[in-house]
Design a protein around this ligand. Structure first.
Ligand code: GTP
Ligand code: MG
Length: 438
């Protein structure tokens, strides 16, 4: 039943935090005042949010890479850098979010407005004014911003049908689905053509989408397992409106209708109570007067059948699925009925955001050292960033950088790789020598 599921793979990356700044206060009578470098702004988060405005994951087939803004770097005069604008990716309600790395489920978004934080933006680095301590009042160093988080995700949408098509075999259910949606079910002039449910997305004249399920034809005894339809009645149970399709050219019209009513009644309370429209199909095989007379006859018959449970029968329509007669009208009515029988959306507290650990796991500290003769190439996000914010001409700044690199294990790794006094170290295009500070 692959049609019931819509899958896409996307990649997301939250923004890097901005670097802190090194700056000094300059006042009229204080040529070199205290530290005044501002903090970097936080990188933007990536959220995924459920909405009722979308019904499929189709648009992710065209855009699958999402990168959020970086935070700005800190500035002079203690001004903090601007935070990146958080990125909100909108998906249909019913979307399940998985981490492709290990397959774990991050969130199952079941209500509009529900949000998952899938990648946390990097923190901004502190500027030198924030790094001052009582013993180090004027530090010549600042912090780099944290890296953003990059993740590969899978979105999965379990399409829940809004409308269920039911009826005897050969009534024209698949034909109707094929003309009102993008689905291409098998259609043939013999019973039991449909072996598995088909799903299609139909649009009403205003462009509103709904999902229609066509299931195999039901026969007498279907509710207790006879025929093919039984297994699929459970899917139909979760729809909001049924369309009971009837072949109007049948010699045994009333019995045909009764058979289906009976099976619905016997299958479950939920199914028997679903509101429905009756569609008298194949009216292209008769003239207009005949069709009208038939409609009246059937309405009279249904009135008796639905005595005491009138609310279940929401109307009788003359249609020709194949000839596309009365089909647009049927779609409009269906759309209105779906609105009318809408169950209220579960209410979500917007303050509650779903997340998982991996949303804030940064590969920052990992690094690697590669040797080429007596030159050592160091790569790795945090190592590169600390070099980036270091004033290499300032001994104190340089000493701080080496302390950070030592704490990260970089100095040990360089020694192990064979670096010694005077060896050239290259980080992100910047060269310095392995010297006294280490
Ligand atoms: N004349 C006429 N034939 C139709 C119309 N709608 C469907 N048919 C024909 O009726 C036959 C059955 O149509 P299907 O759509 O396969 O019927 P179904 O209800 O899906 O049947 P199962 O899958 O077996 O349950 C096909 O030969 C269709 O071409 C119609 O409006 N007019
Ligand atoms: Mg069919």
């Amino acid at each position: 039943m692959s049609q019931f599921i819509d899958h896409v793979q996307i990649s997301v990356r939250s923004g890097d935090g901005g670097n802190g700044a090194i700056a000094w206060r300059r006042e009229k009578y204080e040529p070199l005042g205290g530290p005044a470098g501002g903090n970097g702004g936080r990188g933007a988060h990536v959220y995924i949010e459920a909405t009722n405005d979308l019904t499929t994951l189709v648009e992710f087939r065209f855009k699958a890479i999402f990168e959020a803004e970086h935070g700005e770097r800190g500035r002079t005069k203690n001004q903090h850098g601007k935070q990146g604008k958080d990125l909100v990716i909108r998906v249909p309600v019913g979307t399940l979010i998985r981490d492709r790395n290990d397959g774990h489920v991050i969130a199952d978004l079941v209500a509009p407005g529900q949000r998952a934080l899938v990648a946390q933006g990097g923190r901004g680095g502190r500027g030198n004014s924030m790094m001052a301590t009582p013993t180090k009042r004027a530090p010549y160093y600042c912090e780099p911003g944290e890296a953003g988080v990059e993740r590969q995700l899978e979105l999965e949408l379990k399409l829940l049908a809004d409308v269920g098509l039911i009826g005897l075999p050969n009534a024209g259910k698949s034909t109707l689905l094929s003309v009102i949606s993008n689905a291409k079910p098998k259609i043939a002039a013999y019973p039991f053509t449909t072996l598995e449910p088909n799903l299609g997305v139909a649009y009403d004249p205003s462009g509103k989408a709904f999902v229609v399920a066509d299931i195999p034809g039901l026969v007498e005894g279907a509710s207790s397992g006879v025929g093919l339809g039984h297994d699929f009645l459970r899917h139909i149970e979760r729809t909001r409106v049924l369309v009971h399709m009837v072949d109007s050219s049948s010699e045994t019209l009333e019995d045909d209708i009764k058979t289906i009513l009976n099976e619905l009644e016997l299958f479950s309370d939920k199914l028997k109570e679903l509101p429905r429209l009756v569609a008298l199909n194949k009216i292209d095989l008769m003239d207009a007067d005949e069709a009208e007379a038939l409609k009246q006859r059937v309405e009279k018959f249904l009135k008796k059948q639905y005595k005491g449970k009138e609310e279940r029968l929401q109307g009788v329509h003359l249609i020709s699925a194949q000839g596309q007669i009365g089909v647009r009208e049927l779609i409009s009515v269906l759309s209105r009925k779906l609105e009318e029988f809408k169950s209220p959306d579960p209410v979500v507290d917007p303050a509650i955001v779903i997340s998982d650990e991996a949303a804030s796991e940064r590969p920052d500290d990992s690094f690697s050292v590669m040797r080429k003769k007596n030159v050592f190439f160091l790569t790795g996000h945090r190592a590169e960033k600390i070099v980036e914010v270091t004033n290499l001409k300032e001994p104190e700044s340089l000493a701080h950088m080496f302390n950070v690199l030592r704490a990260m294990g970089v100095i040990d790794a360089l020694l192990q790789a064979g670096a010694s006094q005077g060896s050239e170290i290259v980080v992100n295009g910047i060269t310095f020598s392995f010297g006294d500070h280490m």
